[in-house]
Write a protein that binds this ligand. Structure first.
Ligand code: G3P
Ligand code: CA
Length: 266
């Protein structure tokens, strides 16, 4: 493509499916990744935690209750923390029925399973280190898993469109992970106040706030500090259009098909 076409393509807003296409399939399952890929997402966001026996698993809540049948299968194991169950116990859970009977039997995936499926679809990954205070050393576990899957460590494109981005609400955890995986772009989740933005530019590549907390001036400030902005979680067309007008680099949405349509129309 000629340079202007390439520039336009590179400026394109990244379409990130939140927990997979979580409006249409059970969040953080392989089925949700299938649907995201099918609907045109360019990247998928997932949440990573750790089982009792040290396996990395893909799930949002720190307990298994909302998105699995754990209370039925393991009565008496309250409070059903992810970290109190082994991988083999977690794998026996149904992580799909709560969303709809056609997803009955969907499993909680391991990080490796999600990596393999995303590589198969050639989709990018936005990996959230979820609640790392509960999982000391999880940054090392993630780095080890990625080194065993070197496909994910090959830098591609600009920061937000890279094959892999790692992010966390926990700034210390994101910074620890960046030290281990310097070639991988890292993001801070949640708004960083204007006066503090410069403090993070030495290691953070991205600030990914709730979209309701930002405006065009804020996006300009983060860009001026050399970082990208990929807000969450935008599900309505007017919200998406507003964010695109602000100049964001990507958008995280439960409805990647709607987002693809809005991005395509800009
Ligand atoms: O990636 C941003 C978004 O996922 C953060 O919020 O609660 O959905 O993990 P949450
Ligand atoms: Ca998340």
């Amino acid at each position: 493509p000629d340079p202007s076409t390439r520039e336009r393509a590179q400026r394109r807003v990244l379409d990130v499916a939140h927990r997979g296409a979580s409006a249409y399939a059970p969040e953080n399952t392989l089925a949700a990744i299938d649907v995201a890929a099918d609907l045109g997402a360019t990247a998928v966001e997932i949440d990573v935690q750790r089982s009792k026996d040290g396996h990395l698993v893909v799930i949002h809540d720190t307990t298994l209750s909302r998105t699995t049948d754990v209370e039925k299968r393991f009565p008496g194991r309250a409070p059903y923390n992810v970290r109190d169950f082994t991988l083999s116990e977690i794998k026996r859970l149904d992580a799909g029925s709560w969303f709809g009977s056609r997803y009955a039997g969907a499993e909680v995936p391991t990080l490796e399973e999600a990596l393999d499926l995303l590589a198969y679809y050639r989709r990018n990954l936005l990996l959230e280190i979820k609640a790392p205070v509960l999982y000391p050393g999880i940054e090392d576990d993630i780095a080890r898993t990625l080194r065993d899957n070197p496909y994910w460590l090959i830098p591609t494109g600009r920061k937000s469109a890279n094959r892999l981005v790692i992010q966390s609400f926990d700034r210390d955890s994101a910074k620890r992970s960046k030290r281990l995986l310097n070639q991988v772009p890292h993001g801070i989740l949640g708004r960083v106040d204007e006066g503090e933005i410069d403090r993070y530019r030495s290691w953070a590549d991205m600030i990914n706030p709730n979209h309701t907390t930002i405006d065009a001036a804020y996006v300009r400030e983060v860009h001026a500090a050399g970082m990208h902005v990929v807000p969450y979680t935008l599900n309505e067309r007017d919200e998406m259009r507003r964010a695109i007008r602000m100049g964001v680099d990507g958008i995280i949405s439960d409805r990647p098909d709607v987002l693809a349509d809005v991005i395509g129309g800009e």
